[in-house]
Ligand binder design. Structure first.
Ligand SMILES: Cc1cc2nc3c(=O)[nH]c(=O)nc-3n(C[C@H](O)[C@H](O)[C@H](O)COP(=O)(O)OP(=O)(O)OC[C@H]3O[C@@H](n4cnc5c(N)ncnc54)[C@H](O)[C@@H]3O)c2cc1C
Length: 397
C-alpha cells in the first residue's frame, strides 16, 4: 500500500487530519488498532471549543452536532454552597462551547470518511514504524493475520497516549515533562435529565464534583476520588449520595437520579514531550501531551495540533517548502503549554490536594471568590474555556 500521509490512530486527531488533508487534495490512509464499533462507543470527552465547532462546520462535518449538540454560553462555579455563573457570551464577545460527546464526533468523522471513499484500516495490529528518519517511512502491521506494509511520505502519530508512535523516536531525542496528581475522577454516565442547564464545577471540602451532560436525557457526573479507587466500593447509591453532598447548595439544589449506564475511574496527569516531530514523523494529540480533564481541553488540543500539521503538509505539497513543517513543534507547543497552564490552574482551583493545610483551603476559596467577582479574572477563565485563538505566530523572544 502507498499513500502520501500514513495516519496512525482513528481518534479525533487522526480523523480530523484525514478530513483536512482530503480538503487540501492530499491522500492519506488511517490505521486503527480497534474495531469501528469500539471507537464509536468509547465514552470520553464531551466539550468542544468554539474553534473546534467552527472547524467541523467548515469541513461539513457538523450537521448532526448542530442538531443534537447543546450550545452552552456559561458554566457555574459552585463553592461554599453557592453558585456563580461565568458568562462566556458576555465575556468573550459571543463565544460558547458545544456539548457533544466525543464518540458522536467519531461516528460523524468515520461515516463521512467512509462515504467519501477514504480508507480507514480497522483492527490493524502489531503496528510498527520504520525508517522514520528518512523521506520514505514505512508502517508495517498485520490485518486478519496477514502482514501489510504502508509506504508514505509522512507519518502522523495520532495514536494516543498508549500508542507506538512516540516510542518509535530514538531515545534521547524527546524531553518529557510530567506531573501526576494525587487523585482521579470517578465518572458516571446516567440516564437522568441533567439537573442544570449548564456545567457545574463544585469545590467542596469533601473533594471536587462536576455535573455535566451529554444530552437533555443523559447526565455525565464526576467525583474526585483516589487515583486507584476501587469501583466495587462505589455502588450506585453511594455515588449519588456523594454527588448530592458535594453539589448541595444553601437553597436546596436537587440532583436528578437515574440508571447508571457506565462507570469508570480516570487518572489525572499533565504530560508533554518536546519536540513533537522527528524526521518524517509528527506526533499529534494525546500521543504528545495529556492534560487533566478539568479544563475540557484534550480533544480540542488534538484538533488544534492537526490543524497546524495539515497546513504544513499543504504548504509542502503545494510549493515544496517545509517552512511550516519545520516549525510544527514550535507552533503547537506554544498552545500546548498555555493549555497545560489553564488545565493545571482549573485543577488546582477546584480539587482538594492531600497535603492541603487550612491556609491552602482559605487561599483556594479566596481565589474562587476573586475569579467569580473580578471582570478581569472571569474573562481570563472564559477566554481560555471557549478556546484561545488559533495562531501560527512566532514565540516572543
Ligand atoms: C477515560 C477518558 C476520559 C476523558 N474525558 C475527557 C473529558 O471529559 N474532557 C476532555 O477534554 N478530554 C477528555 N479525555 C481526553 C480526550 O478524550 C483525549 O484528549 C482525546 O481523545 C485525544 O484525541 P487523540 O486523537 O489524540 O487520541 P485518542 O482519542 O486516544 O485516539 C487514539 C487512537 O489511536 C488508536 N491506537 C492506539 N494505539 C494504536 C496503534 N498502535 N496503532 C493504531 N492505532 C492505535 C486508539 O485505539 C485510538 O482510537 C478523556 C480521555 C479518557 C481516556
Amino acid at each position: 500500500m502507498k499513500t502520501q500521509v500514513g495516519i496512525v490512530g482513528a481518534g479525533p486527531a487522526g480523523l480530523v487530519l484525514a478530513h483536512l488533508l482530503e480538503r487540501a487534495g492530499i491522500e492519506s490512509i488511517v490505521l486503527e488498532t480497534q474495531p469501528r464499533q469500539y471507537i464509536e462507543g468509547r465514552v470520553r470527552a464531551g466539550v468542544l471549543e468554539q474553534g473546534t465547532v467552527d472547524l467541523l462546520n467548515e469541513l461539513a462535518l457538523g450537521e448532526r452536532m448542530m442538531r443534537q449538540g447543546l450550545m452552552h454560553y456559561g458554566i457555574e462555579l459552585r463553592f461554599k454552597g453557592r453558585g456563580h455563573r461565568i458568562d462566556f457570551k458576555q465575556l468573550t464577545g459571543g463565544k460558547g462551547v458545544m456539548i457533544y460527546a466525543q464518540h458522536e464526533v467519531i461516528k460523524d468523522l468515520v461515516a463521512a470518511r467512509v462515504a467519501a471513499g477514504g480508507q480507514i484500516c480497522f483492527e490493524a495490529r502489531e503496528v510498527g514504524l520504520h525508517e522514520i528518519d528518512s523521506e520514505n517511512p514505512v508502517i508495517r502491521f498485520t490485518q486478519n493475520g496477514a502482514a501489510m506494509e504502508l509506504q508514505c511520505d509522512f507519518i502522523a502519530g495520532c495514536d494516543g497516549f498508549h500508542g507506538v508512535c512516540r516510542d518509535s523516536i530514538p531515545s534521547g531525542v524527546l524531553k518529557t515533562y510530567d506531573r501526576e496528581y494525587p487523585f482521579g475522577w470517578l465518572g458516571i454516565l446516567a440516564e437522568a435529565p441533567p439537573a442544570s442547564d449548564e456545567l457545574i464545577y463544585a469545590n467542596h471540602e469533601r473533594g471536587f464534583a462536576l455535573l455535566s451532560m451529554r444530552s437533555p436525557k443523559i447526565s455525565r457526573l464526576y467525583l474526585q476520588c483516589r487515583p486507584d479507587e476501587d469501583l466495587d466500593e462505589w455502588p450506585d447509591d453511594r455515588i449519588w449520595e456523594e454527588l448530592h453532598l458535594r453539589l448541595a447548595t444553601r437553597d436546596g439544589f436537587a440532583l436528578t437520579r437515574g440508571r447508571v449506564l457506565q462507570k469508570g475511574v480516570t487518572g489525572m496527569r499533565s504530560f508533554v514531550v518536546e519536540p513533537m516531530q522527528f524526521g518524517s514523523l509528527f506526533l499529534a494529540g494525546d500521543s504528545a501531551h495529556i492534560v487533566p480533564p478539568t479544563g475540557a481541553k484534550g480533544l480540542n488540543l488534538a484538533v488544534a495540533d492537526v490543524r497546524v500539521l495539515a497546513l504544513g503538509l499543504e504548504e509542502f505539497y503545494r510549493t515544496g517548502k517545509r517552512e511550516l513543517l519545520q516549525r510544527y513543534s514550535e507552533i503547537c507547543l506554544r498552545r500546548v503549554w498555555k493549555i497545560q497552564r489553564f488545565s493545571w490552574w482549573m485543577t488546582s482551583l477546584l480539587h482538594k490536594f492531600g497535603s492541603d493545610s487550612e491556609f491552602d483551603r482559605r487561599r483556594q476559596l479566596a481565589e474562587l471568590d476573586y475569579v467569580t467577582s473580578s471582570l478581569a479574572a472571569s474573562t481570563t477563565l472564559a477566554e481560555n474555556y471557549v478556546g484561545l485563538p488559533f495562531e501560527l505566530g512566532q514565540e516572543p523572544e
